[in-house]
Design a protein around this ligand. Structure first.
Ligand code: DX5
Ligand code: ZN
Length: 216
C-alpha cells in the first residue's frame, strides 16, 4: 500500500497558481492531480492543455491528469507534450479502451482508467493487467466540494479483490469528497492514492491539511 496524496488543483486559487503550486511542492503531497472537463462528458468546463503546461513548469510533483472528456484518445499526444506523467481516461468515455491504454503507454506515460460511481469494477476484468492505476470516483465527476458516496468503500474492496485475483500491479486511487474524516478508512480499505481538492485548498494551511490526510 502506497498511501499517496494527490491534491486536486481544481480547488486552488486560479489568480495565484504559482503560489498554490509552490505550497504543494513544499508539502508531503506525492502527485498533483489535474481535472480536465469538456462540458460534454461532464456538465462543467475546467481548464485544458495550457494550464497543464504551466503547471508542469511550476510543479516538482508528477502530474496526474484526469480526463473528463469524450474521445480522450484524440488528445493523448497533446497531454504527453504538455507534461502529464499519468493519464486517466474514463471507462465510460472510451469505446476502444485497450487501444487507448496501449497508445498512452507508447508515449511513455502511465495509464489509468476511471470509473464513475455507477460503473461496476467487473467491467475491468479483461484489462486490469494492462493498467497502472484504477481511479474510483467517489462523487459524480464534474465538480469539487461534493459529498463522498459511501458505497465507494465496498467498491475499493471489490477492486482490490480483482487486482489480487488477476495478479495485476494496478494502484487504487480514490477521488471526490476526501477529507481527514475518511482518509484513514479509505487507506485501510485498500486505496493507495487519495485525491483531495477542497479539503486541501480551502483550508487555511494546505501543507498541514496534506499532513493530516497522511496521518493514520
Ligand atoms: C471531480 C474531480 C475531483 C475534484 C475533487 O470531478 O475529479 O478531482 O476536484 O474535489 P473535492 O476533493 O473537493 O471533492
Ligand atoms: Zn479528479
Amino acid at each position: 500500500m502506497q498511501q499517496y496524496i494527490a491534491p486536486s488543483l481544481l480547488a486552488a486559487d486560479f489568480t495565484n497558481l504559482k503560489e498554490e503550486i509552490s505550497k504543494i511542492n513544499n508539502s508531503e503531497a506525492d502527485w498533483l492531480h489535474m481535472d480536465i472537463m469538456d462540458g460534454v462528458f461532464v456538465p462543467n468546463i475546467s481548464f485544458g492543455l495550457p494550464i497543464v503546461k504551466a503547471a508542469k513548469q511550476l510543479s516538482t510533483k508528477p502530474l496526474d491528469v484526469h480526463l473528463m472528456i469524450v474521445q480522450p484518445e484524440k488528445y493523448i499526444e497533446d497531454f504527453k507534450e504538455a507534461g502529464a506523467d499519468l493519464l486517466n481516461v474514463h471507462y465510460e468515455a472510451s469505446l476502444h479502451l485497450n487501444r487507448t491504454i496501449t497508445k498512452i503507454h507508447n508515449t511513455g506515460m502511465k495509464a489509468g482508467v476511471t470509473l464513475n460511481p455507477h460503473t461496476p469494477v467487473s467491467v475491468l476484468e479483461e484489462i486490469i493487467c494492462e493498467l497502472d492505476l484504477v481511479l474510483i470516483m467517489s462523487v459524480n465527476p464534474g465538480f469539487g466540494g461534493q459529498d463522498f458516496i459511501e458505497n465507494s468503500y465496498s467498491k475499493i474492496s471489490r477492486l482490490k479483490e480483482l487486482i489480487e485475483r488477476k495478479n495485476s500491479k494496478a494502484l487504487i486511487e480514490v477521488d471526490g469528497g476526501v477529507t481527514s474524516k475518511n482518509s484513514s478508512a479509505l487507506f485501510k480499505a485498500g486505496a493507495d492514492i487519495l485525491v483531495a481538492g477542497s479539503f486541501i485548498f480551502n483550508s487555511s494551511d494546505p501543507v498541514e491539511a496534506i499532513k493530516k490526510l497522511k496521518e493514520q
